[in-house]
Design a binder for this molecule. Structure first.
Ligand SMILES: [Zn+2]
Length: 272
């Protein structure tokens, strides 16, 4: 992963990561940003370390996701609509995660163990084949190219995307009984949101918001409201201020336990 970030790295460079010489991530970020708020450019004062891609959106604690912001700029409002929200949006668009690469490194070995007759193909070759077929860059079109097809007679305009839902809540503090208890903490009050059912709706139900064309999957509950996401994990909302949608505003289309399924068009599956 380090070589992917810095192709010239060698020798002891591998032992000198982003944090080399710094005791904490926080110290490094403050020094890198010259103890200056990167929003208002004011130096000193009460400085905070801000996550460019929010923690709630899967942002990591790596230094490239952290930035110095003063306490006056680090406000709730700025997170919702101000400069911090804009940074988050911008970074999300160019952000390249290596999670996929790591996953493939693990999966590849297991695939070759399970399917010894499988053939290996480099991405560069796939790219050439795909160009010959006149297809745009996408995972879907890569699969078409790898299949060895020589000519495409009819090009699909839409494809169906499937995605598996999370099966378990992985929070250890909820799965493990607290000191002196014999049962797990799933029933405790603060876990009231941790429910699979509310007012006739189940987690992962495919629903439609009344009086709109929005359709998506219930990803969580909060009292008489819930969160709805599409297959790309975007929230579907009725107001720009809140992510929650009242359950009374929903109509169930189908009940789903395992898989989300969404028809997407070429624009959605192309990669840039
Ligand atoms: Zn500031």
């Amino acid at each position: 992963m380090q070589k992917m970030k810095n192709p010239n790295i060698k020798g002891e460079g591998y032992q000198q990561g982003d944090l080399y010489g710094y005791q904490t991530v926080k110290q490094f970020v403050l020094a890198r940003d010259n103890y200056t708020c990167q929003a208002c450019k004011k130096k000193g004062g009460k400085l905070k370390i801000h996550h460019l891609i929010y923690r709630s959106l899967g942002g990591t604690n790596t230094v490239d996701n952290l930035i110095t912001v003063c306490s006056e700029c680090h406000t709730t409002k700025n997170h919702q609509t101000g400069i911090l929200a804009k940074w988050c949006q911008d970074k999300k668009q160019v952000h390249k995660s290596y999670k996929g690469a790591t996953f493939m490194n693990i999966l590849r070995r297991r695939l070759f163990t399970a399917f010894p007759q499988a053939k290996f193909q480099y991405g560069a070759w796939t790219t050439l084949q795909r160009a010959d077929l006149g297809l745009a860059k996408s995972h879907y079109n890569d699969a078409v190219a790898i299949s060895g097809i020589k000519q495409i007679k009819v090009k699909p305009t839409r494809i169906v995307m499937f995605k598996q839902f999370r099966k378990k809540k992985r929070s250890l503090h909820e799965a493990t009984a607290r000191k002196g208890r014999k049962t797990t903490n799933v029933m405790s009050k603060r876990n009231a949101k941790n429910t699979k059912y509310a007012k006739g709706f189940w987690l992962n139900d495919y629903v439609k918001i009344k009086d709109s064309r929005s359709k998506g999957y219930i990803s969580g509950f909060s009292k008489a409201t819930c969160y709805i996401k599409d297959i790309f994990e975007n929230y579907l909302t009725v107001s720009p201020k809140y992510k929650q949608v009242a359950l009374s505003k929903l109509v169930r289309i189908t009940h789903n336990n395992n898989w989300s399924r969404q028809e997407i068009n070429e624009k959605n599956y192309q990669m840039y």
